[in-house]
Ligand binder design. Structure first.
Ligand code: BES
Ligand code: MN
Length: 461
């Protein structure tokens, strides 16, 4: 087959079959009972890397044998050519029919031009679009003019603890001129976007207790500060009525939204509003009044209560005064905020406002991650823009995404430049029920990565 673009088009049906084969493997990294599935997927991916012509491929076991990395390399462009590193993750979030799925979560189901399955968009779409782009290049008459490394993580959805240690210990394994982080979402099926920012993250658990055990609320109620009530009172003081975080120092280092951000994000607003109406569909938009939707989601930090637990919630009545309650909290961070410092500010604030009638125990979770802000004017970004324009026939707009990809910060340390390329949508419902992709975005994603590799090699050999 003469060129990679035509090869990909000719093999699209087989590519789709293989993508579905990967989707069927339950690579849930947070659940230890799926460790064997994750390991099986890693071997499957390694075999695919070798089959498509990568020169080396390795499954790298992580401590305790869980959630391996898969690393593939093709260095046929020679030592003087630049190297591109493609990063994706093949692990997924848990999913059960009972969560509200209309089909089996791990059985790919095609309906009305969409493919439904856990991991469809986050992030096996990216794993397969990129591997199939590499396959198309390695099957073509002309070899790529850049060397290619592919790293597939199996632990992204459960904290990326081990990959950071791996990069720190073996920086040369992932070293590259350009790192392409392939994860996240574009704005609309027909409107590609380039993500030039990601938010960072800091997490903690807040445990509140008072009596030494659950009590009869008749015997003791009215004499003890109910831990659930105390927890809610603390949580109530974490934001003001405008949605601004009330923690002193929280915004100290926050990088301002610049005129360039404003101009770029203005173009994103209508698409994002349409996605909000579809995916969120709450009674009204909420948040900091002086920032528009794309700024709130991408350029402003948040403090979010992710879960709260305490007391009795079973059938009927139980007149109990609970011994304790707890909440899980995460902060999304923007550039210049240090995760450790933000955690310290939140902990200090909670200790200051906590009433003396309860015991407060705050447990920060390591390691957190800094935000990422990429240069929209760099060469790598221009190559990515060309790739989207080729595949979609429309120029991308520039967005700051609200999610976090902790590995992006680490890749920036070992790569000359970083770009983020996504082929899914927010309405692909990552992490939720009925996760899906538009099938056409799988084909377009493959074409985009092919073009990206093409552009990076332009003017060489
Ligand atoms: N694909 C997401 C990251 C993402 C989301 C990028 C939205 C851009 C936009 C990834 O799989 C993910 O869910 N990351 C976690 C990281 C966390 C566990 C540290 C996240 O953002 O919550
Ligand atoms: Mn995810």
């Amino acid at each position: 087959m003469s060129n990679p673009y035509a090869y990909a088009k000719a093999n699209q049906n087989r590519f789709l079959e293989e993508y579905q084969d990967l989707l069927r493997i339950r690579t849930i990294s947070t659940q230890p009972q799926h460790a064997a599935d994750v390991a099986r997927a890693a071997e499957w991916l390694k075999a695919m890397m070798l089959r498509i012509g990568m020169k080396r491929a390795e499954v790298i076991l992580m401590p305790e044998g869980r959630c391996p990395l898969v690393l593939g390399e093709w260095d046929g462009a020679g030592p003087d050519a630049p190297t591109v590193l493609i990063y994706c993750h093949y692990d997924v979030q848990p999913a059960e029919v009972a969560d509200g799925w209309d089909s089996e979560p791990f059985e790919p189901t095609i309906k009305d031009g969409r493919l439904y399955c856990r991991g469809a968009v986050d992030s096996k779409l990216h794993v397969m679009a990129n591997l199939k782009a590499v396959e198309s290049w390695l099957a073509a008459a002309d070899a790529p003019k850049v060397n290619i490394k592919v790293v597939l993580e199996g632990e992204e959805e459960s904290g990326s603890e081990n990959i950071n240690a791996f990069i720190a210990a073996h920086p040369e394994r992932l070293a590259a001129d350009i790192a392409m982080i392939s994860d996240g979402a574009i704005l609309a099926p027909d409107q590609p976007s380039l993500t030039y920012g990601l938010r960072g993250i800091a997490a903690l658990e807040l445990h509140v207790s008072a009596p030494i055990s659950d009590l009869h609320s008749g015997h003791w109620g009215g004499s003890v500060h109910n831990p659930i009530q105390a927890l809610c009172e603390i949580i109530e003081q974490l934001h003001d009525e405008n949605g601004t975080v009330s923690v002193p120092g929280f915004y100290d280092d926050v990088a301002a939204v610049t005129a360039q951000d404003r101009a770029l994000l203005e173009q994103v607003a209508p698409y994002l509003q349409a996605e909000w109406d579809d995916v969120v569909a709450a009674p009204a938009v909420w948040g900091e009044a002086e920032y528009n939707l794309p700024e709130r989601l991408g350029a402003r930090p948040t403090l979010e209560i992710n879960g709260i637990q305490g007391g009795y919630t079973g059938a009927g009545m139980k007149t109990v005064l609970p011994a304790g309650a707890f909440a899980k909290i995460t902060c999304r961070l923007v550039p210049r905020q240090d995760p450790a410092r933000v955690l310290q500010c939140v902990m200090d604030h909670i200790h200051n406002i906590a009433p003396e009638t309860v015991t407060v125990d705050i447990r920060p979770s390591e390691p957190g991650a800094e935000a990422v802000l990429l240069d929209v004017e760099g060469r790598a970004m221009a190559a990515a823009a060309q790739a989207y324009t080729h595949a979609w026939g429309v120029e991308p707009v520039y967005e700051r995404s609200g999610g976090s990809v902790p590995i992006c910060v680490e890749c920036a340390k070992v790569a000359g430049a970083v770009v983020i390329m996504s082929y899914g949508l927010k309405s692909g419902r990552a992490h939720g029920p009925n996760e899906n992709i538009y099938l056409q975005n799988f084909a377009k994603g493959i074409q985009a990565t092919i073009k990206f590799i093409d552009v990076l090699g332009e003017g060489r050999g």
